[in-house]
Design a protein around this ligand. Structure first.
Ligand code: AMP
Ligand code: ZN
Length: 457
């Protein structure tokens, strides 16, 4: 059996992955808060853990892996969105959840086996909070329930490598008067009548953010499971707090054995943020005509533990490669087994960039059946992604014919105005136009605007 090695944030080393039960390998990944379209950064963990899911299914068998990714559908950002838009919370979360599934589907991500919504697990969260209070790890105060970090002081902060004392020294937050220790975090908080709330032993209220992942992972995967993932921005406080809650509520278990964190996404070398104006959603890119497969390829060309830079140049390069690979593998049956070098790269802490290098080698060696099976392990060249190269090709063929006719007429009449006008429109829509003696060649660039082109046919 293939040996998978994964970098474990908890131990800070690359370790051989040994599942608790190879017949049921269990992975939990923190999912989105559903109040808005997913931005490009949100898609990175989805693609990274999709590749890991595919690798685990390949090695242990598709029926022997359980992947859980949650939807956070109770959160103050959602409440704020409802208040400013005047729309019911349920409408916003349902719509955003579907957007997320559609957009991630367009990137070729498989749906996890379970996608629990926080609001469906409130009783389990209340039960876990009650158990934490009973064990002396939490206390109720002024309608809130707080986790007492002092009750677990030697362990709290281990994942992110901080001590409670350092954290207190570095904290500049205003400390709520009901907290015994400034680092204590909220498990439950009171709701006013206009906010979502559930009856509980501490009055009508709603859960803090962290408790949902502890309650849902316990419910769906048990007190010990194999892999926990998410972006490295979640390491502290979210993952640290999940560990505290789960390990204290279920001391018989180990919670997650291996912790995996993806690095952040940047755009043209800068952090992606609304204020810098370089913020865009996955849907924005898809609407511009950048195929989901191209976005996925760009993501996979950087190792998940390195910051990844989204650039138009990378998207162009990815589109060129994928066009070539799609042309090479038309009508080809995937090889019976994965190319060893590709599998080896993926098993080495998800070295997707290394796997792509191997795939270039297979492509230039004409090994199309091996290329196809390897690509499909990474979720590329799959039928689900649709053959966008064919779709582009049909449009470009029609436009080439049109431009050829217009040019012939122009040469006869010596009036080039219409030809120049059309050419300019094509270029503006992201197509390069080469007019030679032997004919006209159109090539779609990465930001090709297919909708506009389709209308020009
Ligand atoms: P959120 O909806 O903000 O809780 O984030 C959902 C997921 O997206 C988490 O796993 C985050 O770590 C991840 N994430 C958010 N921003 C970025 C980014 N710029 N690059 C990579 N991952 C991100
Ligand atoms: Zn979580």
């Amino acid at each position: 059996m293939t040996t998978i090695k994964l970098h474990n944030t908890r131990t800070r080393t690359k370790e051989e992955f040994v599942p608790i039960d190879p017949r049921n390998v269990r992975m939990y990944v923190c999912g989105p808060t559903v109040y808005d379209r997913a931005h490009l950064g949100n898609a990175r963990p989805v693609v990274v853990f999709d590749v890991l899911y595919r690798l685990l299914r390949h090695v242990y068998g598709a029926d022997h892996v359980t992947y859980v990714r949650n939807f956070t559908d109770v959160d103050d950002k959602i409440n704020a969105r409802a208040a400013e838009s005047g729309r019911p919370i349920g409408d916003i979360t349902a719509e955003t959840t579907q957007w997320f599934l559609d957009d991630m589907g367009a990137l070729g991500a498989l749906e996890p086996d379970h996608m629990p919504r926080a609001t469906e697990y409130i009783p389990q969260m209340v039960a876990m909070i009650e158990s934490l209070i009973a064990k002396g790890h939490a206390y109720a105060a002024e309608g809130h329930v707080l986790f007492a970090v002092d009750s677990w002081k030697e362990h709290y902060g281990k994942l992110s490598g901080r001590s409670v004392d350092d954290m207190i020294a570095g904290a500049r937050v205003e400390v709520a008067p009901y907290k015994k220790n400034p680092m204590d975090f909220v498990l439950w908080k009171p709701s006013t009548p206009d906010l979502p709330g559930w009856d509980s032993p501490w009055g009508r209220g709603r859960p803090g953010w962290h408790i949902e992942c502890s309650a849902m992972s316990f419910e769906l995967l048990g007190e010990s499971f194999d892999i926990h993932g998410g972006g490295n921005d979640l390491m502290f406080p979210h993952h640290e707090n999940e560990i505290a809650q789960s390990c204290c509520a279920h001391p018989e278990g180990r919670f997650a054995n291996v912790w995996l964190h993806n690095e952040m996404l940047q755009v043209e070398g800068k952090k992606m943020s609304k204020s810098l104006g370089n913020f865009f959603t996955v849907r924005d890119l898809l609407d511009q005509g950048i195929p989901g497969e191209v976005i996925r390829f760009v993501f996979l060309s950087t190792h998940y533990r390195k910051p990844m830079d989204w650039t138009a140049e990378k998207a162009a390069e990815a589109a060129r490669t994928l066009r070539k690979w799609r042309a090479l593998t038309v009508g080809v049956e995937p090889a019976a087994s994965a190319a060893p070098a590709v599998l080896e790269a993926l098993s080495d802490d998800l070295n997707t960039a290394g796997a792509i290098t191997e795939m270039h080698r297979l492509a230039s060696g004409g090994k199309s059946a091996e290329l196809l099976v390897a690509a499909q392990m990474l979720g590329l060249l799959t039928n689900e992604l649709g053959d966008w190269t064919e779709r582009d090709g049909i449009i470009l063929d029609a436009l080439t014919q049109k431009l050829t006719e217009v040019r012939e007429r122009a040469l006869e009449t010596k009036d080039f105005a219409e030809l120049d006008r059309l050419k300019a429109l094509f270029v503006e829509a992201g197509v390069s136009v080469q007019m030679g003696k032997d004919g006209i060649t159109l090539a779609a660039g990465p930001e090709v605007d297919l909708k506009t082109l389709e209308a020009l046919k």
